[in-house]
Design a protein around this ligand. Structure first.
Ligand SMILES: Cc1ncc(COP(=O)(O)O)c(C=O)c1O
Length: 393
């Protein structure tokens, strides 16, 4: 067994990394510890690096096509990690999940139509909806005793609006870290299907799970659910490949598949990046050992972070995630409004987190951090939060 090292600090600066090189642009200063955008400060699995180096060394980067083995590697992964039987003919390559959400909106709705989201949620959902001239309908999550759940009564009421055509389901949920149970997904799916709402299940975080937690792909629940949904996946969160812009959209309903495919054909988006395709196949074929070790390391990071915050910064509550390497922090006890909290985290704690209010209703007073980094950063973040909070007293 190859033992991977997640402790080594790798200098990412000067590499056009959004997380490190956009600090000044995003947060107004560049002396912050960056724990924001959802990528990892770890190297991808060695077999992925080796495959990319081998491809790069060939030195010819002309047009490439996706072999059948590319899609088969996705299918094998879904079966092995999520017990989901996916046919390769349901899959379409797309350069990213967020672009796919935009294509879906354009392909399946008309201007003025409405899309359901569950705030606080990954905020590019809002941009995709509004930039395309559609409207957001919020089915807010319920936060009670440190845990988020879905509000089905509210959902039953909201779906009476016939202009709602889609639901963007975030599963696992960014930023609150819930991995939805089968019962929750069944209740949600039933309501959407009965009201002709197409469920778009963004499952990009599906592989990042803490011990004992199981992710249920929405479409794996039943044939009816599969035919009433579109699943968005990618190896980008799992293997830290976001910069290679390679994702897979899974559409078991052939009529929906044709609608989506025709839309991306109209955009002439049929070609792929030569490196993305190599990385995806290498990751899904040879990356499992690395992933299992990563998950252990992330669990250790989560414990170190949670224990540190509980001991040294009890005014901040960690909302315990079941999945994702993102951690949602309830900072309301500090008594700041959303903007004061933001300034406090940046100027006093010298940390680059993401402001809770960016994630919509219910995010005020919260911050989202990212623990996919060497443990020294996690411990440093606790230290910085501790001294910042002490400075208020
Ligand atoms: C829920 C969710 N969907 C999509 C994305 C981004 O996907 P892509 O980079 O493939 O557009 C992210 C990244 O953080 C995410 O958290």
């Amino acid at each position: 067994m190859q033992k991977y090292d997640f402790d080594t600090v790798i200098d990412r600066s000067g590499n056009y990394s959004s997380k490190w090189d956009e600090l000044k642009k995003m947060f107004g200063r560049d002396d912050l510890l960056p724990m924001w955008v959802a990528d990892m400060d770890f190297m991808s699995p060695q077999p992925v690096v080796d495959a990319l180096v081998k491809r790069a060394k060939q030195g010819i980067y002309g047009y490439t096509s996706r072999p059948e083995s590319y899609f088969e590697s996705v299918a094998r992964w879904m079966k092995k990690r999520h017990n989901w039987d996916v046919k390769t003919e349901w899959m379409i390559y797309t350069p990213g999940v967020v672009p796919a959400l935009s294509f879906i909106i354009n392909a399946f709705t008309y201007p003025g139509d409405k899309v359901l989201v569950q705030q606080p949620v990954y905020y590019p959902f809002f941009r995709v909806i509004e930039d395309n001239g559609r409207r957001i309908v919020n089915n807010p999550l319920i936060y009670k005793e440190g845990r988020y759940t879905m509000d089905f009564d509210d959902l039953e009421e909201k779906v009476k609006d016939r202009r709602i055509k889609l639901m963007f389901l975030c599963s696992p949920h960014n930023p609150v870290g819930r991995v939805w149970t089968k019962d929750e997904l069944i209740r949600l799916g039933r309501i959407c299907i009965d009201n002709n709402i197409l469920v778009v299940s963004d499952e990009i975080h599906h592989d990042i799970l803490y011990p004992g937690v199981k992710h249920i792909p929405f479409a794996s629940i039943s044939e009816e659910f599969a035919l009433s949904s579109i699943t968005c996946t990618a190896p980008s969160k799992t293997f830290n490949l976001a910069g290679l812009q390679t994702s897979t959209i899974i559409i078991p309903n052939t009529a929906y598949y044709d609608i989506y495919r025709n839309f991306i054909k109209r955009l002439q988006l049929l070609r792929n990046n030569a490196f993305g395709l190599v990385a995806l196949e290498a990751a899904y074929t040879h990356g499992e050992e690395w992933l299992d070790q990563l998950l252990e390391y992330l669990d250790g990071n989560l414990r170190a972070f949670t224990e540190g915050i509980e001991k040294d910064v009890p005014q901040i509550k960690v909302v315990k995630p079941e999945g994702t390497y993102l951690v949602w922090l309830d900072c309301r006890e500090l008594g700041f409004d959303a903007h004061q909290l933001n300034d406090f985290i940046i100027d006093k704690a010298k940390l680059a987190f993401e402001s809770g209010y960016w994630f919509g209703h219910g995010g005020e007073g919260f911050q989202r951090t990212n623990i996919a980094c060497p443990r020294t950063y996690v411990n440093e973040a606790v230290k910085r939060l501790k001294s910042a909070v002490e400075s208020i007293k």
